[in-house]
Design a protein around this ligand. Structure first.
Ligand SMILES: C[S@@+](CC[C@H](N)C(=O)[O-])C[C@H]1O[C@@H](n2cnc3c(N)ncnc32)[C@H](O)[C@@H]1O
Length: 208
């Protein structure tokens, strides 16, 4: 299904891009993960009823709405661009009007990803290249701190992974790469997902 049609089916508007006006290079521009990529990811990577997803830099909310609609689980999105955040809230109202039957909450928070207090129940963390490596490191340290307080299995999903994120996870954290999901017909080799896991319990290695 084309991007706009998919948006319409969820009653949201998430297409397009938005650059930061002041040209900050710490906070990256808005652009949504393509729906066809999300479709492919969740063909091979299944979420459970107990999973709680956080999208760091959720933009207009495409990923949280998509996951909520497909898996009926609680989702959280964090966004620091004021206008983009307002659009996400507007989308939530509209999406919710056709998804009242799904009781799981959708939480959209305005603020910095690096200041988000990771909940002991949050266990799937999604990143589509939202910010600089320095901010990414801080967010991952916050996740690791939360795991120390509440030991659990945690996955980090990277879409369009950049070398700095990959190197940091592999060389400086206990996260291990468990799955790579390619997107069929991708124009660029970075159009793929890498899934890293912090293993703490008996959940199997393969996400397939
Ligand atoms: C490439 S978009 C990804 C959007 C969404 N996650 C998706 O995949 O559809 C990155 C988003 O991160 C936001 N962002 C950048 N730095 C941030 C920060 N420090 N805290 C929260 N959001 C941030 C940007 O404003 C932008 O909307």
């Amino acid at each position: 299904m084309a991007e706009r049609k998919y948006d319409q089916s969820l009653r949201v508007r998430t297409v397009g891009m938005r650059e930061w006006r002041n040209g900050t290079n710490c906070y990256h521009r808005y652009e949504a993960t393509p729906y066809k990529a999300l479709d492919r990811l969740f063909q091979v990577y299944k979420l459970n009823k107990t999973d709680r997803v956080v999208d760091f830099g959720c933009g207009r909310g495409r990923v949280p709405f998509y996951i909520h609609n497909k898996f009926h689980i609680p989702v959280t999105g964090i966004e620091v661009h004021e206008k983009t955040y307002e659009e996400a809230l507007h989308n939530k109202g509209s999406y919710r009007s056709q998804a009242r039957h799904i009781s799981a909450p959708i939480r959209l928070k305005y603020g910095l990803a690096e200041q988000y207090e990771v909940k002991g129940t949050d266990n799937i963390f999604y990143f589509f290249n939202p910010f600089s490596i320095e901010i990414f490191k801080q967010v991952v340290y916050n996740i690791l701190q939360s795991i120390q307080e509440e030991p659990r299995m945690v996955d980090i999903i990277l879409y369009y992974p950049v070398a700095e994120y990959k190197q940091f996870l592999q060389m400086h954290t206990p996260f291990q790469l468990i799955t790579k999901v390619n997107v069929p017909g991708a124009a660029h080799k970075k159009e793929k997902f890498l899934i890293y896991r912090f293993k703490n319990n008996g959940k199997p290695d393969s996400a397939e």
